[in-house]
Design a protein around this ligand. Structure first.
Ligand code: AMP
Ligand code: GLY
Length: 454
């Protein structure tokens, strides 16, 4: 089969890597791809949102299956355009991708189908939004309705921050038309987790649990990013919770979308807030998470192309997702300044040395090739992803990979996976923490473990 992967981030590199392991695949194309994907696929210079261009390419090259990474392409209707030309493509239609494309739609949908989420109100006028704010207790959350590249959510601790957030979205139009409507919602507390599942519109097959690290700094401090690292499984999600999420969140969502005339197939990604045994939906995404895809795809043993095809054909009930029980961790290496302004064009060294480490994969995100060199070209540059016999080993391996790579202005969090170690140590699993302590590193994640042993 000839497969086209749409996108250019770490998620898409991991998708191309996993697709390349399928016995069914002869050739992979990526549009537009990155320097890492060039090693395993042919990259074609078509933007992920140039649907006409992608369609013309897929027709000309007789692509058998297209797999879409980013939400922007899905919300723009890439699946509908391909299906209209009888091309096979994995992902939700435009009508179904609204679950990520409009937060107002999703909040109203969640309430209608009795799925737990924070209470909210939607506003189209600044004056009304501000008047309502004055009646609210703090903290609260202000959100742009539409896609805003992960930046359209502001958690406001003070009334001034909340008012400023309304101005930023509605007056300064920081996110363009995505901010024509806003949501003001209650602030939830707890620990976040990512819960992804494949669906063909009827059957749901959950992927393993995972957790992202959205904030830029260690200890979950600073502004939110697209994600600075992730690991799987996430012990905050217990097996009982997994059952609850499938039965009370994902199943009613898939059934509800069908009832709304918006049948949903593809990846359904629920962003969850877990507080004790209370679970609320923060958001839905209509695609793989980035960086969650990197550790998740490393754990999936099944032929991923068969799973994609089953989602398209409505035969997911006949497919089992086999999962490697060993945990995986992805540490994102970013350009200094991200998620704000950052420089690009910095030469990256040590990529081969890192990739030689046992159990380590170096997934590229913002990279490109200039002459014989690989240089930075984005905020998130690489995702060093590792598998280990236990979480401690996976963390140690990922950071050993990070240690071998350098580029000017490189920044990464040093505590990826620390929260899971802490939780497991709290549950009495001190041997595991001992393994991290023995890994001879001064990373804060090890400090988290050390504090627990005191
Ligand atoms: P969303 O795009 O809705 O997932 O929001 C992005 C991030 O903002 C989430 O991952 C949370 O960290 C935070 N967030 C969103 N909604 C809430 C909420 N109601 N309470 C607390 N934090 C939230
Ligand atoms: N890592 C969060 C997301 O992909 O939305």
């Amino acid at each position: 089969m000839k497969i086209l992967v749409v996108g250019s981030g770490g998620r898409e590199h991991a998708l191309a890597w996993k697709i390349g392991r399928s016995a069914k695949v002869e050739k992979i194309y990526c549009a537009p791809g990155n320097a890492g994907m060039q090693g395993i696929a042919e990259c074609v210079d078509i933007s992920a949102t140039d649907i006409d261009g992608l369609l013309a390419f897929a027709v000309a090259e007789k692509i058998d299956l297209t797999v879409v990474g980013p939400e922007s392409s899905l919300v723009k209707g890439i699946v509908d355009a391909f299906e209209a030309r009888n091309l096979r493509i994995f992902g939700p239609s435009q009508r179904a991708a609204i679950l990520e494309g409009s937060k107002v739609f999703t909040k109203e949908f969640l309430i209608k189908y009795g799925i737990p989420t924070a209470s909210f109100k939607a506003f189209r006028k600044i004056k009304e939004a501000k008047k309502y704010l004055q009646t609210c207790s703090l903290p609260l959350v202000v959100k742009a309705d539409g896609l805003a590249a992960g930046k359209g959510v502001i958690v406001a601790a003070t009334m001034k921050e909340a008012m400023d957030a309304v101005d930023l979205i509605m007056k300064d139009n920081a996110f363009g038309a995505a901010g024509d409507t806003i949501i003001i919602e209650d602030c939830l507390v707890g620990e976040e987790a990512s819960f992804l599942a494949f669906t063909d519109g009827k059957t749901i097959r959950a992927l393993p649990t995972s957790q992202d690290h959205k904030a830029i700094f260690d200890g979950d401090k600073g502004p939110n990013t697209g994600g600075m690292g992730a690991y799987s499984p996430a012990p905050v999600v217990t097996p009982a919770m997994t059952e609850y999420v499938i039965d009370k969140i994902l199943q009613p969502t898939v059934e509800g979308m069908a009832a709304e005339g918006r049948p949903y197939k593809g990846i359904l990604y629920a962003g969850l807030m877990i507080d004790g045994d209370k679970i609320n939906v923060l958001e839905f995404n209509c695609r793989f998470g980035d960086p969650e895809a990197q550790p998740l795809l490393m754990r999936i043993e099944s032929d991923i192309v068969e799973v994609f095809e089953a989602c398209i054909d409505g035969t997911l009930d006949q497919v089992e997702i086999r999962v490697d029980p060993r945990p995986t961790v992805c540490v994102v290496m970013a350009s200094a300044g991200y998620p704000g302004a950052y420089a690009t064009g910095k030469v990256i060294k040590g990529l081969k040395k890192a990739a030689q480490l046992e159990g380590v994969e170096v997934f590229h995100a913002g990279t490109r090739r200039v002459g014989g060199r690989v240089v930075t070209s984005g905020g998130r540059v690489l995702g060093i992803t590792a598998i280990g016999a236990d979480l401690a080993e996976a963390i140690a391996r990922a950071y050993h990979g990070v240690d071998r790579i350098q580029f000017p202005g490189c920044y990464f969090r040093r505590d990826i996976g620390g929260k899971a170690l802490k939780r497991m140590a709290g549950a009495g699993n001190r041997a595991l923490v001992g393994n991290v302590m023995g890994s001879d590193s001064d990373l804060p994640v090890m400090q988290v473990a050390a504090d627990l042993l005191d």
